[in-house]
Design a protein around this ligand. Structure first.
Ligand SMILES: [Ca+2]
Ligand SMILES: [Ca+2]
Length: 141
């Protein structure tokens, strides 16, 4: 895949980057790489808070609907959510009530969404859906 990184607006708050283009989940990984980042690994409540702040402070924030991909997925094994890129199991979570539901047997990637009823909750979604992206700066070696 050929990516023109310069075409993307990225808003960085601390270690979190929010990409203003809408990408599918695999495309989201590639765009994070453009900036030396990976998909956000939301493994603590503090990180969740940081992402919420980054979204609210960015141009993508819309009070009726805002959504970003994060690294959680169960693509390898249904119902076993792990973090891309570390492969570590998802322990901390902030699922919307009744989620994950693997709707129509086709939801293996996770996004955080904001709507009037659900403030920054997680939902499993088809990986082919296109939405904004939350990236995180890779830790220095
Ligand atoms: Ca699933
Ligand atoms: Ca779902």
């Amino acid at each position: 895949m050929n990516i023109n990184c310069k075409a993307v607006a990225v808003i960085v708050t601390g270690t979190i980057g929010v990409i203003s283009l809408k990408k599918n989940w695999v495309g989201a990984i590639e765009y994070c790489k453009c900036y030396g980042m990976h998909l956000a690994v939301v493994d603590t409540a503090a990180k969740q808070k940081l992402i919420e702040q980054a979204i609210v402070g960015s141009s993508i924030y819309n009070k009726s609907w805002t959504s970003v991909w994060i690294g959680a997925n169960d693509r390898a094994k249904e119902g076993e959510f792990v973090w891309q890129p570390t492969g570590q199991k998802v322990k901390y979570s902030n699922w919307r009530i009744k989620m994950p539901d693997n709707y129509l047997g086709n939801e293996n990637c996770v996004h955080i969404f904001y709507s009037p009823g659900f403030r920054f909750k997680w939902n499993d979604w088809p990986c082919t859906s296109k939405t904004n992206v939350a990236c995180e700066k890779a830790k220095p070696c």
